[in-house]
Design a protein around this ligand. Structure first.
Ligand code: HEC
Length: 418
């Protein structure tokens, strides 16, 4: 490298500009939510919009409050995470007075399409009626029932969800109900359902969080949509300060290919939750030892507002420890369903541990009880839960039955122990 090149390198490093450095990053990492009609309160699509918020952007990115992404480890698909270098660049840009640079270098702002990203769906449906979200008050959790949209069973390759009103829709989970319970509970505009949707088995088909891409099944592992199953959309609404209405839509994509492997769910939980007021580090645990070699594909954690830290790890037979999930600062509002960047191989006799920690002190800003009160296990907003679903496939399909039997036996023992 000649001295001119080195000088140019330091000049570039010393003075990030909007056109050259900030715009590509903001368009990639922020604009999915920060655009007109997006979930965020203001757009970040032009120099002026971004420059006006430069100081605030430096602060919220340094605190890792934005972009909202909870896991610190391991690596997941579609991570919304900034590198330390990118965070430093936002800080530096703000400190330098948010220079624009050469506008001709600036990339084109992204355009957010109206249609479905994956093309024409095989099944398209929407909430049976418009739902009205009050201007103020607590968040609303409502389940909407779409009755038997498919008379035939199908393998599902992907689902996509379009919130009718991104200003108030915070997240959505899609379930199917073959028990008929959901339609009985539906009073025309759905029914309230914080946490679980209130029927069993509650098989999720996927979900939507702001900024998320369509939910695509891992290759060769489609989900089964049962014939005449009711689809249930569980929607979390966050009042916006104005009365708003929503009618969320969904799209389902089929595949004729039956699964090559079967995805199985290893559930971890604890129902023995009883947290004294003021206890800032109340811990619950669960564990399971896999009887056969499996690949971990994804993980779905669940708890409410008092939970603070979620941790899951595997101890392999050779003693190696691998993190399966680390969320040091859980925030119910930004919960997600996470798929590993690459499957994690867990050999037979690997012990998997779940460890959730709850902060029921006044210092927890998300504690729904101020002053703190006793918190017990339950489905309500002021109750707590501990749930972690590890999605795995047996490495050898011949082992599926053994794994399934072991999981079944564990579930029966857990129910008898209650
Ligand atoms: C997944 C959606 C999403 C993404 C991605 C996202 N934001 Fe946000 N952002 C929001 C929402 C929603 C709010 C308002 C609610 C809140 O403050 O929690 C917000 C608020 C903010 C605020 C105001 C915070 C405050 O204290 O009032 C700033 C600044 C911000 N975002 C910057 C960014 C930047 C910079 C990025 C990219 C590096 C980004 N956001 C990515 C959804 C997002």
């Amino acid at each position: 490298m000649g001295p001119a090149v080195i000088a140019a390198f330091f000049a570039a490093a010393a003075a990030p500009t909007f056109s050259h450095d900030i715009a590509p990053l903001v368009y990639r990492r922020c604009a999915t939510c920060h655009h007109g009609g997006g979930v965020a309160p203001f757009p970040l699509l032009t120099y002026r919009e971004v420059a006006r918020h430069a100081g605030q952007i430096a602060t919220v990115t340094a605190k890792r409050y934005m972009p909202p992404w909870l896991p610190t480890a391991p690596h997941f698909q579609h991570e919304m995470k900034l590198t330390p270098g990118e965070i430093a660049m936002f800080g530096k840009w703000a400190a330098e007075g948010a220079p624009e640079g050469n506008p001709r270098e600036e990339p084109k702002a992204p355009v957010f399409a109206e249609g479905w990203t994956l093309g024409k769906p095989d099944l398209e449906a929407e909430m049976p009626a418009t739902f009205t979200v009050p201007a103020e008050g607590l968040d609303v959790y409502q389940c909407f029932v779409i009755r038997a949209p498919s008379p035939r069973a199908h393998w599902v390759r992907a689902i996509d969800i379009r919130p009718g009103n991104p200003k108030v829709v915070h997240h959505v989970i899609l379930f199917q109900d073959i028990s008929g319970t959901a339609r009985q509970r539906d009073r025309g505009s759905g029914y309230p359902c914080f946490g679980t949707p209130g029927f069993l088995p509650a098989r999720g088909l996927g979900g939507w969080t702001p900024g998320a891409l369509p939910f695509v099944s891992p290759e060769g592992i489609p989900e089964l949509l049962h014939a005449n199953a009711d689809l249930v959309l569980q929607v979390h609404y966050h009042p916006s300060g104005r009365v708003e209405t929503d009618r969320t839509r969904l799209a389902i994509y089929y595949t004729p290919q039956p699964p090559k492997r079967r995805m199985m769910d290893i559930p971890f939980t604890s129902t023995r939750i009883d947290i004294p007021p003021g206890d800032a580090a109340y811990k619950v645990t669960d564990h399971f030892t896999v009887p056969v070699d499996v690949d971990a594909i994804g993980v779905i954690p669940h708890a409410h507002y008092v939970c603070r830290r979620m941790y899951a790890y595997a101890v392999l037979p050779d003693g190696t420890r691998r993190t399966l999930l680390s969320i040091p600062n859980w925030d119910f509002n930004w919960q997600g369903q996470y798929r590993y960047a690459a499957p994690i191989r867990l050999p037979a006799d690997t012990r998997i541990e779940m460890e959730f920690t709850y902060d029921n002190s006044a210092a927890n800003p998300r504690n729904p009880n101020q002053p703190p009160a006793r918190v017990r296990y339950g489905p309500g907003t002021k109750d707590e839960m501990a749930g972690l679903h590890l999605q795995v496939v047996a490495v050898d399909p011949a082992d599926e039955e053994e794994l399934s039997n072991t999981l079944w036996g564990r579930m029966i023992r857990a129910q008898m122990g209650r």
